[in-house]
Ligand binder design. Structure first.
Ligand SMILES: C[S@@+](CC[C@H](N)C(=O)[O-])C[C@H]1O[C@@H](n2cnc3c(N)ncnc32)[C@H](O)[C@@H]1O
Length: 421
């Protein structure tokens, strides 16, 4: 990592993501991985470190989405926290700083610099590190992750968004073609030429045939540059990411949303489902990626050993909290009472929910009984388990079993998280 890294120049010319001044906190609260209830659930088994401010590093923070999102969550949940921001791009840092100031997030510490130099900086040790869209662009992912892992407290965790290779089919071929034509981000006419190139592509081209990129010709300059002219752009499979995390001494707790990494949902034939169920979880993640084909961004949470949360790779440690009536159920990106109303209008077998996965909106079947609908109706914002169950005139054991099953399904969708109250 040198001072003249082309990535620093690229993100100074094209700060990412491009945000208008009107964009604010609320819009970014559900972006994964930097959503605090999701972090609490997946990294800490629902129980955030107590008795001191939460120490957060937003590494490669860009124009500040995670700073704004996480700062907003700390405020909303009444938690104390210290957010540090680090990025190579001075211009991105200036935008992030301005956005934080506009929201009154005045304790965030901003620094321009490289992740790889973290050990030489004053920042210290963190409970959570956000690494969204950065691993794709560093010179050596293993070196960057080693530096970050070193800066994590025992039991702390990292939330990663990294490009998925299969879901970016067509991108690297288009980048290679532009490279052969001498079109790069350093040229003043680079954007215009890249746009003209995409507009002229035949309909058979894989970039245009990939639904995630079919409209790239109409993207703004920053987005177009990020997809086609990025001087260092790498994508990963779930296996690559598992290897990288293990190499840095970190263990993946979960990919998110979990549903996308469960191959069974796409396998109807019982013999195929049985074969999938016999695989270990790493193989199941990879199989799901191969079957789905469209995952262009992987999100995962990985932890450094040594924390208090039970280390149960195949179970969700947050689920044990449902026994405590003070536990909070935090809906994410859905309003459960409205969902209950719209589900009620459908016959039971056709009930479903729309969820947002990155920039895509997906429709997922949700078999919901009348008891499930009553439970959903009670979760109007972050709500305690005791409040949800207290209103039921059904047997408590039956209501708890329904809540457990519903929570698991909604957490699989990234639509509900469990936090200690
Ligand atoms: C695609 S942007 C993502 C920004 C932000 N995390 C987000 O998701 O909105 C990648 C960012 O990583 C930064 N970056 C890349 N390599 C870096 C490194 N080695 N150290 C620090 N920042 C880096 C870039 O400057 C850029 O702002």
């Amino acid at each position: 990592m040198t001072d003249d890294d082309p990535i620093a120049a690229f993100y100074t010319r094209f700060p990412y993501p491009w945000r208008e001044p009107a964009d604010e906190e609320g819009r970014f609260q559900w972006i994964l991985p930097g959503c605090l209830p999701a972090i609490a659930h997946h990294v800490y088994g629902g129980v955030l470190p107590q008795g001191r401010p939460l120490r957060i590093l937003v590494a490669g923070g860009g124009t500040g989405d995670a700073v704004v999102g996480l700062g907003g969550w700390l405020r909303r949940l009444g938690l104390e926290g210290q957010i540090d921001y680090l990025d190579l791009s001075e211009r991105s840092c200036a935008i992030a700083r301005k956005r934080a100031a506009a929201l009154g997030l005045d304790t965030v510490r901003f620094e321009v610099g490289a992740i790889e130099t973290l050990a030489d900086r004053a920042g210290g040790i963190y409970d959570y590190i956000d690494l969204c869209g950065v691993l794709n662009h560093v010179p050596d992912p293993a070196t960057a992750l080693a530096a970050l892992s070193h800066a994590l407290a025992p039991g702390g965790g990292i939330g990663v968004m990294a490009y998925g290779g299969l879901g970016r089919s067509g991108v690297y071929e288009a980048q290679a073609a532009l490279g052969m034509l001498g079109v790069d981000a350093g040229r003043p006419d680079g954007i215009a030429l890249a746009r003209a190139f995409v507009q002229g592509l035949p309909g058979t081209n894989w970039l245009l045939r990939n639904p995630s990129f079919a409209n790239v010709a109409g993207a703004d300059d920053m987005e177009l540059a990020d997809v086609l002219l990025n001087p260092r752009d790498r994508a990963f499979s779930t296996d690559d990411l598992d290897d990288l995390m293990q190499g840095a001494g970190l263990a993946i707790r979960s990919f998110a949303p979990r549903l996308l990494y469960d191959p069974a949902r796409a396998l109807r034939e019982p013999a195929l489902r049985t074969a999938a169920a016999a695989l270990d979880r790493r193989a199941r993640w990879r199989l799901a990626e191969l079957i789905q084909g469209s995952c262009n961004k992987h999100v995962l949470y990985a932890v450094k050993p040594g924390g208090d949360a039970p280390d149960t790779p195949d179970a969700d440690p947050a689920e044990r909290l449902l026994d405590d009536p003070r536990t909070l159920l935090v809906p994410a990106g859905i309003h459960p009472p409205s969902l209950a109303t719209s589900l009620k209008a459908e016959p039971e077998a056709r009930r479903g929910v729309r969820i947002q996965v990155g920039s895509r909106s997906m429709s997922v079947g949700l078999l919901a009984s009348d008891l499930d609908l009553a439970i959903l109706s009670a979760i109007d914002g972050p709500t305690r388990v005791g409040t949800v169950l207290g209103r039921r005139d059904v047997d408590p054991g039956t209501a708890m079993a329904a809540l457990r099953a519903l929570q698991r399904r909604l957490t699989d969708l990234g639509a509900l998280y469990v936090m200690a109250g």
